[in-house]
Design a protein around this ligand. Structure first.
Ligand code: GAR
Length: 203
């Protein structure tokens, strides 16, 4: 049997994507284990979810560290102890810095609630709504040192002509929970290349 890939999920809030990824590992949709949840908001609900699934948590407050390099060094140290091969950002609302990017170059995925390169940033759904778009969607991408940049792995769109933001958000979440495991599977197919730090192209 092939070895499962060790994943760390990073989240800051509700954690519905974290939960979807845990379920996808449990039911065999992805051949991976969620080894740890990293969370920058010690009161976030995602921590409860992790406890319910017996997933270890590293929770931290950024302001208790001198700077980003300092807390990311600590995160890297912890990830090493769990032998982490892939990081999945799932509603992690911090910009990943040089320290983590360098340590996990080409091995960090992010999910974004818009069709990148449109509507980058922390308010993508509101921005898309304000713009009056009629096609919404989700993107999973490898991150680089730009905001919501990096190679796109998977995208899914839907048309919406109404004006209920909650309805759009619910639909986006439904898509995210399917698309993230699919995108991870695309990445795992190229896993050998990732582990050996070769650049990958996704077509
Ligand atoms: C998700 O919609 C995710 O796409 C978004 O945060 C939400 C987290 O939901 N991420 C971003 O906006 C990143 N820029 P969850 O905590 O229920 O998984």
């Amino acid at each position: 049997m092939n070895k499962k890939t060790n994943i760390a999920v990073f989240a800051s809030g509700n954690g519905s994507n974290f939960e979807a990824l845990v379920q996808a590992c449990k039911n065999g949709t992805i051949a991976a284990d969620i080894r740890i949840l990293v969370c920058d908001q010690p009161n976030a609900y995602c921590i409860e979810r992790a406890k319910n699934h017996n997933v270890p948590v590293f929770a931290f407050k950024a302001k208790e560290f001198t700077d980003k390099a300092h807390y990311e060094t600590e995160i890297c140290r912890i990830l090493k102890t769990y032998d982490i091969e892939l990081i999945c950002l799932a509603g992690y609302m911090r910009i990943v810095g040089h320290t983590l990017l360098q340590a996990y170059d080409g091995k960090i995925l992010n999910i974004h609630p818009a069709l990148l390169p449109a509507f980058k940033g922390a308010h993508a759904i509101d921005d898309a709504f304000r713009f009056g778009v009629k096609v919404f969607g989700v993107t999973v991408h490898l991150i680089d040192d730009t905001i919501d940049g990096g190679t796109i792995v998977a995208q899914r769109a839907f048309e919406y002509y109404g004006n209920d933001r909650n309805e759009v958000e619910a639909k986006l979440h439904e898509i995210e929970h399917q698309l993230y495991p699919e995108a991870i599977n695309i990445i795992l197919k190229t896993q050998k290349k990732i582990i050996h730090n070769e650049s990958i192209s996704i077509c």
